[in-house]
Design a protein. Sequence first.
Length: 308
Amino acid sequence: MSMILSASVVRVRDGLPLSASTDYEQSTGMQECRKYFKMLSKKLSHLPDRCTLKTGQYNINFISSLGVSYMMLCTENYPNVLAFCFLDELQKEFITTYNMMKTNTAIRPYCFIEFDNFIQRTKQRYNNTRSLSTKMNLADMQTEIKLRPPYQISMSELGSPNGLAHVSVGEYKGTGKISAAPHQRLEPVTLPGIVSFVLSLLCGALNLIRGFHAIESLLQNEGEDFSYVIAFFLGTAACLYQCYLFVYYTGWRNAKSFLTFGLICLCNMYLYELRNLWQLFFHVTVGAFSTLQIRLRQPQGKSPDYNV
């Protein structure tokens, strides 16, 4: 039986789901298609505005406009014209109902979940072609699809559901190399994250200045301890590395952030005689705050399952 199974509205720039239909189907094929939904949502900014992905017995179609993409999953024998008419109707209603400024500034997933009611009603109409009242638009959509057919996304272009790029076995046979996972994008920066980044830079700069002063004092007084210079510069390196971990994704990122925070604590313990309690408290607190922000800013690929 040909039918529309589910649909969702996604922001193009970061793949944030804005609304979606409630899915009751829990078959293995549907679960697999949900993975493809998530993978596509992360690639929307690099794909044409009208695309189709064939996944065996199911098709995923979507259109994008004004920074928002409208995606739907249907059976492989569902007519292409009806599929894109359905998406076009979702698009018109969403643009009419919601201000684009709100969609651009949305932070939490499914902040327009009430749009699900319209998706469900429209899905029911398109699954019952006898009562479909949009036949006047079918001819126009048929002509448009013939003139500008949807881009066919290949499975190799999309990648595999586990997030690794699809590579044939023969391509690496005998090389002894394992393909690395592609660079992962981190979640959007928040205001507390920006504050922690600036404070870490400030702490690094303060350590660097004190380090140069310690060098000057060492040159003037031979009895000065050179280990203080090392402690200041290690503190600078630790603060800057925290900034790096906040901006870029690396392996063992959380463990590295905790080790870096430990180094900051050790440096400040060693510099106890050269700093008052407020200075020590400031440096350690900033280090802890930055570690927390690194922990909270996770890769987008590890975000929770957004399917309703």
